[in-house]
Design a protein around this ligand. Structure first.
Ligand SMILES: [Zn+2]
Length: 330
């Protein structure tokens, strides 16, 4: 007896340090995956090769062939032009400028390719398969090295005129604040990202104000937010305060988003979200203190459910949606 195998999609989440590839069914069940370094300093052609190896490894662990895939989705950093399949530039991808990544990878793989910004893809992933299931008005922020975002309006990803909308991390909170990667000052990203929290950690070390962090840094090297989270969990007051401060800035931004979008749910993903309530509790407090009464009513602020798989699963949702819309040629 032969079992009918469910259709599977391939998805690649390209990051500044890692490539995550998955092979998953249309309902988000992951059949195989591969995680490897993206080595972006090696340049465009090499990174494309690593993406192909990674996808093939995920196919291998799923027991599938490349030719079985109806399409492959790629989530990329940068203000991606999803309509034309172009990555304009991104701090995580040195040397890339107006790269037609969708068409290049389609050629390389011999398959149809869809391209989307990584944070937008992760927003879709959480909306379709994660903490935002069933919502129609949802905001998603991913806090890692930087802060990315995605906006779901009436059940659909809001792209703006070029697909570049949703940069919730570049919402100015303090115009005299620290310089931001985008060229402005005092954006949420410059105050509450993983880089901003780690910068605060290094200041604490320099001033001798964080004995817990000092012990970890001596054993493990340069300060990371993950290290700071462990120190905070062990009761290090300096690190706890650094997360509380970032959480408060986050909440100030959230109050603005609440007033503008009137969302049902706000989901926080990305590596820094592992700090959980240490970050979310002061964020919720600031949001409730500052937002207007009516749009604030009933807003849920929660951590994402999909972790590092959100972007790749979001691409599965993109492909599923796109291919369903198209008439089948027989
Ligand atoms: Zn900025």
């Amino acid at each position: 007896m032969t079992r009918v195998r469910p259709e599977a999609f391939g998805a690649i989440d390209l990051g500044g340090t890692k490539i995550l590839s998955i092979v998953a069914t249309a309902d988000g069940h992951i059949l195989g995956e591969d995680l490897r370094p993206s080595r972006t300093a090696d340049g465009l052609e090499a990174v494309m090769r690593y993406m192909v190896y990674s996808l093939d490894a995920a196919l291998n662990s799923a027991g599938r062939q490349r030719q079985e895939l109806p399409a492959v989705g790629i989530a990329s950093p940068g203000a991606v032009d999803a309509v034309n399949g172009i990555v304009p530039d991104a701090p995580q991808l040195p040397g890339w400028r107006d790269v037609p990544l969708r068409d290049l990878m389609a050629e390389e793989l011999g398959l149809r390719v869809f391209l989307e910004n990584d944070a937008s893809a992760a927003a879709l992933g959480e909306h379709v398969f994660g903490a935002g299931r069933g919502s129609r008005y949802m905001l998603f922020l991913t806090i890692s090295t930087g802060v990315g975002g995605g906006i779901i309006i009436d059940g659909k990803l809001y792209g703006g005129k070029s697909g570049a909308a949703g940069e919730l991390g570049h919402f100015v909170i303090d115009a005299d604040g620290p310089p931001c990667g985008c060229g402005a000052r005092g954006c949420l990203e410059s105050l509450a990202s993983g880089s901003a929290i780690a910068r605060r950690g290094r200041e604490l070390l320099a001033r001798g104000q964080s004995p817990g962090l000092a012990r970890l840094a001596e054993a493990e090297g340069d300060v990371t937010t993950e290290m700071m989270y462990r120190a905070a969990a062990d009761g290090d007051e300096g690190c706890r305060e650094a997360f509380r401060q970032a959480g408060r800035y986050l909440g100030i931004a959230l109050a603005g988003y609440v007033n503008v979008f009137d969302p049902e749910v706000i989901i926080i993903g990305g590596g820094v979200a592992q700090a959980g309530e240490l970050l979310l509790e002061p964020a919720r407090q600031a949001m409730e203190e500052l937002a207007m009464t009516q749009p604030l009513r009933g807003v849920r602020l929660v951590a994402g459910e999909l972790g590092k798989g959100a972007g790749a699963l979001g691409m599965v949702a993109v492909m599923r949606g796109q291919l369903q819309k198209e008439p089948v040629n027989t």
